[in-house]
Design a protein around this ligand. Structure first.
Ligand SMILES: Cc1cc2nc3c(=O)[nH]c(=O)nc-3n(C[C@H](O)[C@H](O)[C@H](O)COP(=O)(O)OP(=O)(O)OC[C@H]3O[C@@H](n4cnc5c(N)ncnc54)[C@H](O)[C@@H]3O)c2cc1C
Length: 572
């Protein structure tokens, strides 16, 4: 593309599968949100995976009530937020949130990074399934991964692979791959084997792929809590019309959409819909004592009401919810904080809950997992297509493990802050004081949003933007044409070189990568000065290289070419 080309429209999705050298290029185990997101990212990058999902129908047991953190702007930049909300304007961060059931007044933060998108997980999954289908991804429902064997070349610690049995739906372009994974599948028509160059376990916290690969899952299990959650109806007289929260006779106000701690437990009242608010109550038991209820049977509303009475010391009559379901009625005993000891074993990789589990406090699960998928997708596609060396995949764990470690840390910290006891009450008083300090609010908000993530891009003395999430920009093309927001250029997940000098010298330096990298020469719109004069953005919207120099120096151009080669392969 010429250096001064106008900002182009996003390229359409590829219409033909890439040449495959095994039965298929990539198999993903699990069509949960993270497996589906990874499938979309791979397809955008020209590799169509096969997704194997053990369930015959999409899940209805809604878990997440929404997305929290950097994933919200990410969904916007992929055009996926519009599919959920119809909203085309950039997302606006929340004014308030909660940390460990303490108010986080985000208006105190100088640069508020914390977005929320209250959409049930089943709707997110349905949207991603629809998008994956549009992109030509095959999702096989009712197909469970039951075994895997890696070829010796793929995984030196395993023995040779038995010959694959025929795939019932073979890829006609497939050819043998010297190194591959043989995936054993239980499908509706019986067992079969599928050879893939890579297998990704997106099969949740109990991941069969992780266990079959011998990847450990160290961490801690707490067995002293019971959380009962249900959609309910409550008497209108108990709902405060001013706040939407509860006003309970004999106790007082319970604010909406926030964890509320008492001396006896934790309660959350979330009227996402007024006819079926979600009520969740957590109680603690003595360590080692049996926690309440059989994990395999759902609780009753009477059981939940008793729990409310114990936690608040006052009664809240509960009735079944009105309106259309599906409705939640769930009891969760204890909880886990665990991290896979490797995110990759040979040609097997893990994303999402398969790689890490933690408390749902603050809703960080999909912020973490969906960004795992977006980090891995373009890298795996580049390796599969032969554009990048397999070593690129090592950066997946190098970048995402520290992020998962921080999520585990901050959710454990929140769990500690909601526990009962006078010592915790004292700790909360101190935290309440700290959370009035703007710098503390900024730090906590950055941590919860994942806005503190800065990847090592391998550059010495990098520009402050390097490694970070690319800032929002509105661009005026150098040769005229309407201004365009950055999110119009990131929907198809192509690497971007933004030459904001308007002159095109940086863009010209990337011409030899023109088949992979879209170069855009533009000026930033409006009075706000550009955060850099040129930026190279990876498909995950992280900045691989940036410069403040209006006039390129030899070093700038050398660093730019090195970054292009490091992330997108050799020049053509
Ligand atoms: C009560 C609760 C509330 C939560 N609230 C929030 C929230 O508000 N915000 C947030 O961001 N996160 C929240 N989370 C976390 C979020 O739900 C998870 O992080 C998310 O579901 C993980 O997605 P995943 O795709 O990695 O795994 P999963 O959603 O577990 O999907 C895995 C898929 O793999 C399939 N599968 C399993 N084994 C196999 C196999 N052998 N072969 C083929 N398929 C298989 C499963 O059927 C499933 O469809 C919450 C979690 C819970 C439990």
């Amino acid at each position: 593309m010429p250096a001064n080309a106008p900002i182009p429209a996003p390229v359409p999705a590829p219409t033909a599968p890439t040449a495959a050298t095994a039965a298929t290029d990539v198999v993903i185990a699990g069509a949960g949100p993270n497996g589906l997101m990874l499938a979309c990212e791979l397809a955008l990058a020209g590799v169509r995976p096969i997704v194997l999902e053990q369930r015959t129908e999409p899940a209805t047991d809604n878990r997440a009530n929404g997305l929290v953190g950097r994933v919200v702007p990410l969904m916007h930049r992929r055009g996926l937020r519009r599919r959920l909300t119809g909203d085309t304007e950039p997302p606006v961060p929340n004014d308030v949130f909660v940390f460990g059931a303490l108010l986080l007044d985000l208006r105190l933060a100088a640069d508020n990074p914390l977005h929320g998108l209250p959409v049930p997980q089943r709707r997110i999954e349905a949207m991603l399934a629809e998008r994956a289908a549009e992109l030509g991804v095959e999702v096989r429902r009712g197909h469970a991964v039951t075994g895997l064997v890696q070829d010796a070349e793929a995984h030196p610690n395993t023995g040779p692979t038995p010959g694959p049995t025929p795939d019932p739906d073979p890829d006609p372009t497939a050819a043998p791959d010297p190194a591959a994974v043989t995936v054993e599948v239980a499908g509706p028509a019986g067992a079969y084997r599928l050879r893939a160059r890579y297998l990704v376990g997106a099969d949740g916290g109990h991941s069969a792929v992780r266990k079959l690969s011998g990847i450990g899952f160290p961490g801690v299990t707490k067995d002293n809590t019971v959380t009962r959650t249900a959609h309910v109806s409550v008497p209108a007289a108990l709902v405060d019309p001013a706040t939407g929260g509860l006003d309970v006779p004999g106790y007082g106000p319970v604010p909406p959409f926030a964890h509320h701690r008492t001396d006896h437990g934790l309660i959350a009242f979330a009227p996402f819909t007024p006819e079926a608010p979600l009520l969740s109550v957590t109680e603690w038991t003595d360590p080692g004592a049996a926690v309440g209820g059989d994990p395999d049977t759902p609780p009753t509303l009477a059981e939940l009401r008793d729990s409310v009475r114990r936690v608040l010391g006052a009664d809240v009559p509960l009735a079944p919810p009105a309106g259309p379901g599906p409705h939640v009625l769930r009891r969760v005993l204890g909880g886990n904080t665990r991290l896979a000891d490797r995110f990759r074993a040979g040609r097997v990789l893990l994303v999402g809950d398969a790689a890490h589990v933690h408390s749902a406090m603050g809703g960080p699960g999909l912020n973490l997992g969906l960004q795992d998928a977006v980090n891995l997708g373009w890298k795996l596609a580049a390796v599969v297509r032969g554009r990048s060396a397999p070593g690129l995949l090592d950066t997946y764990e190098a970048e995402r493990r520290p992020v998962a470690e921080r999520v585990n840390m901050q959710t454990q910290a929140q769990s500690a802050l909601i526990a009962p006891g006078a010592d915790v009450t004292a700790l909360r008083e101190l935290f309440t004081e700290l959370l009035r300090l703007p710098d503390v609010v900024q730090h906590v908000a950055d941590t919860m949003a994942g806005a503190d993530v800065r990847y090592d891009m391998g550059l010495a003395d990098p520009h402050p933007l390097v490694g970070r999430w690319a800032p929002d920009l509105v661009l005026e093309p150098a040769d005229g044409g309407p201004a365009q927001a950055l999110d119009a250029l990131t929907r198809d997940a192509r690497p971007l070189l933004l030459d904001l000098t308007g002159k095109g010298e940086y863009a010209a330096a990337a011409e030899s990568w023109g088949d992979r990298v879209r170069a855009v020469t533009a000026r930033p719109s409006g009075a706000t000065p550009a955060p850099a004069r040129a930026l190279l953005l990876r498909p995950d919207c992280h900045t691989a290289w940036a410069t403040a120099a209006e006039q390129p120096t030899d070093r700038d151009l050398g660093d730019l070419r090195a970054a292009l080669e490091r992330w997108f392969g050799p020049a053509h």
